[in-house]
Design a protein around this ligand. Structure first.
Ligand code: AGP
Length: 609
């Protein structure tokens, strides 16, 4: 998730580009850059790090010109650096591109272009697009861009500029946002409304597959086939802060609604087209590598640790390798039995959590092979680990982690299925079945987010209870852990999660009349056992909210309320079952008037011991 801007008009472009990028920095802050045509040539200025570095770099010598594009980066391919910063140009420097999204087939296209003599300067997927424009250019940028769009695969918002046609900017989008701000004798382009709201409130919101030719006096929009599209003007009434949240009240709920896309982006380039296998090019493991791994440790903190608990289940179940899950602050001081036959996987959204980083260093010191699962390219943990798998959730601003967690679960599944594929510990048809189930998950999350009213009602009804329990067995217990942490950290309700079978060994003493119990029952192999645990708490007059799979005709008889999630394989159920728990926590916090995005006593990235 990067931020893109563009300007064409009578005024200097650079001031708007910088101002617009400032408003989009919440979308990515690894590097920034602008490209402006000065009447003769396109001048590109870019710099690694926060936008401030670029501002310092162009201070007093801002690129002159009335047409320009800009970008603030959230790295996915290629660590944060000057060369990997956007805008990217072709070999001649006469074509320039900025991009938000992922070009999934970039490696294949890059090899073809290099074979034709193109010289690449960066590690990014985006630079391929600039060279494709150079390769296809036929004197008409519009038809050239159409050819380029026919060969690239993935998600994108792309903006093109050329020295040969300096009277226009061309932009297009597929699965990533792009808006055009309509001015008087000038026009603006941006990933999101905050960038243009101070200049105009009249916008065109581009739809998937649409392309726009933007000049200072006109905006032509057409669909993929080149057929003109009459766009309705979207008048923006939000204030700047609301705009940053895309009209949502908090970043947390915005990020909850971003999960279908985050999950899709994290999986799509890593699944074989025929669903036969998981492809993790970043690992390139073989039978020999896996034979050497006698034991796996998954080490993390907080929500990332909870993703590790699910990962243990996935890897042991599918790849048949023993896994131990450890809290990082414990792992690093308990002289864990780690050696050269151990794989240590650390999980961290920020990639900067100091306990997790220290645990990683400790595992390396003890000779382990190390793998990081993180959301931030170029973060300390990513740089320290031997290998990295990135979750592609985009920047997560709210302290309470939501979309990072579901993308971590997807990554844990991909890793387990990848190892199972190499070790042949799971039948090919079962792998295929699971991959096809996974492909449905983004739309199933979407379905879940379409009707939140019942959950809002439960939160308003039970949101003032000071004690809440979450119970479940097997993978449901792992999700219960995450559900209780979410409720605790943003609503300050004392919530605890228990393995449902463990209640009768003590905690049941706390179950009294009216205590809310969230009971997850999505695992068919322990379903009856879970029902009997639900009966145990009902017998003590708890109020039970069940979370079950659609098509479950029994659960209603045993609980006070049921939240149904779309039917899926029990292995994939955690990715769906956590969504209502995230929503329950969010609406409970809102009901209690808590500062949802910045809960007391907490920080987004804990860089102290
Ligand atoms: C989760 O909502 C919390 N923000 C916290 O528990 C977090 O998961 C933990 O601090 C680990 O952070 P990381 O994933 O960035 O390493």
């Amino acid at each position: 998730m990067c931020g893109i801007v563009g300007y064409i008009g009578p005024n200097e472009a650079a001031p708007f580009l910088i101002e617009g990028l400032t408003k989009l920095e919440y979308r990515g802050y690894d590097s920034a850059g602008i490209a402006v045509f000065d009447g003769n040539r396109i001048n590109v200025e870019k710099s690694v790090g926060r936008l401030g570095n670029l501002e310092k770099k162009v201070e007093g010598k801002s690129p002159q010109g009335h047409i320009g594009i800009g970008h603030t980066r959230w790295a996915t391919h290629g660590r944060p650096s000057d060369v990997n910063s956007h805008p990217h140009t072709d070999c001649s420097g006469k074509f320039v591109v900025v991009h938000n999204g992922i070009i999934e087939n970039y490696l294949h296209l890059k090899e073809q272009l290099i074979a034709k003599g193109h010289v690449f300067t960066s590690e990014t997927d985006t630079e391929v697009v600039a060279h494709l424009v150079e390769d296809y250019y036929d004197g008409d940028l519009e038809s050239t861009v159409k050819k380029v769009l026919n060969v690239i695969e993935g998600s994108y918002a792309l903006v093109f500029m050329s020295e040969y046609e300096p009277d226009k900017i061309i932009c297009t989008k597929q699965d990533n946002p792009l808006v055009i701000g309509l001015g008087e004798g000038e026009n603006f382009i941006a990933s999101d409304i905050p960038a243009i709201i101070s200049r105009t409130r009249k916008t065109y919101i581009l739809s998937d597959g649409e392309m726009a030719i933007v000049t200072k006096d006109s905006v032509w929009v057409m669909n993929r086939q080149g057929v003109p599209v009459t766009k309705k003007v979207f008048e923006v009434h939000w204030d700047a802060e609301a705009a940053e949240k895309g009209g949502y009240e908090h970043f947390m709920i915005k990020e909850i609604y971003e999960q279908p896309k985050a999950v899709r982006e994290t999986m799509s380039a890593r699944l074989a087209k025929d669903d036969s296998a998981v492809i993790l090019d970043e690992l390139k493991w073989n039978k020999h590598d896996l034979a050497a791994i006698k034991k796996i440790f998954i080490v993390a903190c907080g929500t990332a640790y909870h993703a590790g608990v699910v990962g243990k289940y996935y890897i042991e179940k599918l790849a048949r390798i023993p896994v131990e899950v450890d809290i990082a602050s414990e792992f690093r001081y308990r002289s864990p039995l780690v050696d050269e036959n151990t794989l240590t996987i650390v999980v961290s959204q920020s990639g900067e959590t100091s306990d997790t980083l220290a645990a990683l260093k400790e595992a390396k010191r003890l000779g382990a092979r190390t793998l990081a699962v993180t959301n931030v390219v170029g973060s300390s943990i990513a740089r320290e680990a031997d290998q990295v798998i990135y979750t592609w959730a985009g920047p997560e601003i709210a302290v309470a982690s939501t979309k990072a967690y579901t993308t971590q679960l997807v990554t844990m599944f991909l890793l387990a299925a990848y190892m199972a594929g190499i070790k042949e510990t799971v039948a090919p048809e079962r792998i295929k079945e699971l991959i096809q189930g996974l492909r449905n998950v983004p739309s199933q999350i979407h379905e879940l987010l379409e009707d939140v009213e019942p959950i809002k009602t439960f939160a308003q009804k039970y949101g003032f209870n000071e004690d809440v329990f979450f119970i479940g067995r097997s993978l449901d217990y792992a999700v219960a852990l995450e559900g209780s942490l979410k409720l605790k950290e943003i609503s300050y309700i004392h919530a605890e999660a228990y393995a449902a079978g463990e209640l009768k060994h003590g905690t049941l003493a706390l179950i009294i009349e009216g205590v809310p119990v969230i009971a997850l029952a999505t695992q068919n192999d322990v379903y009856e056992k879970t029902l009997s645990n639900i009966k145990e708490v009902k017998a003590r007059d708890a109020v039970v909210i069940g979370v079950a799979l659609k098509g479950d005709t029994q659960i209603d008889k045993y609980v006070d309320h049921t939240i149904f999630i779309p039917h899926t394989d029990k292995i994939l159920a955690p990715i769906l079952a956590v969504i209502p728990l995230q929503l329950l926590s969010y609406y409970a916090a809102v009901t209690r008037g808590c500062d949802v995005d910045k809960p007391r006593n907490l920080a987004k990235s804990v860089t102290v011991e």
